[in-house]
Design a protein around this ligand. Structure first.
Ligand code: ATP
Ligand code: MG
Length: 254
């Protein structure tokens, strides 16, 4: 197997007496879709947010391409090609859709314009339309403010943004919870298409049939520990459920 793009080594996270993660080792390899599942409060978002630079581990380290990465902010992780769809979406409701897609990485015109710092609105709007076509989101215009969108439309904007910019890995925390059936299927296709270009996707979801169908590998967290690592072809959804609920003993695949 090729070298991992992301290695989380011995990650623990504590908030006072809350021990959200215990010594978690989690790798992400090129081109794979990894499901990260577990009950409410199991530590899934905490792990993803640590990889994304949004939280800092109490102990342990994150390596990107074998080198230790100490992301102080999510912006630093994004600059390293790590894009995240956060569970709370992290969109700016007062800005338009296209401005959200380019938040923090605005296209500036070249030459004299660059010196003045003019933003190339036309280029950003054109690219936004293309990015969102991939999610097949139904919206009137990318000029709409995100605050006016439905929950599902917002989720599609967050997915479109992550997929457009994630060059090393895309982390998705419940990306389809607010989506209709057709759009869920579309996001599943998009995840497979991103992975087929070599960019791995980590998918957190409570929708087990979807995880089972779209993922190459499924990692189960139970009370802050990894208790199973399974491949859908060797396991059933019922077995995954038994690890999630803690009724099965640990099983970590070779
Ligand atoms: N900022 C915080 N301060 C204190 N405790 C926190 C904080 N964030 C998360 N926790 C705790 O850490 C544990 C793991 O939470 P986390 O959000 O990672 O769970 P999760 O697996 O993503 O759950 P869900 O499926 O409900 O989203 C929980 O016990 C939660 O209460
Ligand atoms: Mg969560």
């Amino acid at each position: 197997m090729s070298a991992p793009i992301i290695q989380a080594k011995g990650i623990s996270k504590r908030w006072g007496s809350v021990h959200a993660l215990h010594e978690v080792d989690f790798n992400v390899y090129p081109g794979e879709v990894v499901g990260l599942v577990g009950d409410n409060g199991a530590g899934k978002s905490t792990l993803i947010n640590i990889i994304a630079g949004a939280l800092h581990p109490t102990t342990g380290s994150i390596l990107v391409d074998g080198k230790e990465a100490q992301f102080k902010t999510p912006t630093e992780a994004r600059d390293a090609g790590i894009e995240t769809v956060y569970q709370d979406l992290a969109l700016a409701p007062d800005l338009t859709i296209w401005a959200n897609l380019f938040l923090g990485r605005e296209i500036v015109k070249g030459g004299l314009f660059k010196w003045i710092g003019w933003l190339d609105r036309k280029a950003m709007i054109e690219r936004s339309v293309q990015d969102l076509e991939r999610t097949q989101i139904r919206i009137a215009s990318v000029g709409q403010r995100v605050g006016r969108l439905s929950g599902g439309q917002r989720q599609a904007v967050a997915v479109g943004r992550a997929v457009a910019w994630g060059s090393r890995v895309v982390l998705m925390d419940e990306p389809t919870a607010a989506l209709g059936v057709e759009q869920q299927a579309r996001v599943a296709e998009l995840i497979r298409s991103v992975a087929s270009h070599g960019v791995p996707v980590v998918l957190i979801s409570h929708n087990l049939p979807q995880v089972y169908e779209v993922c190459d590998r499924i990692v189960v967290l139970f009370r802050g520990r990894i208790v199973a690592e399974l491949r859908p072809r060797d396991t059933s959804i019922d077995q995954i459920v038994s690890y999630i609920t803690g009724s099965s003993a640990s099983k970590v695949a070779e």
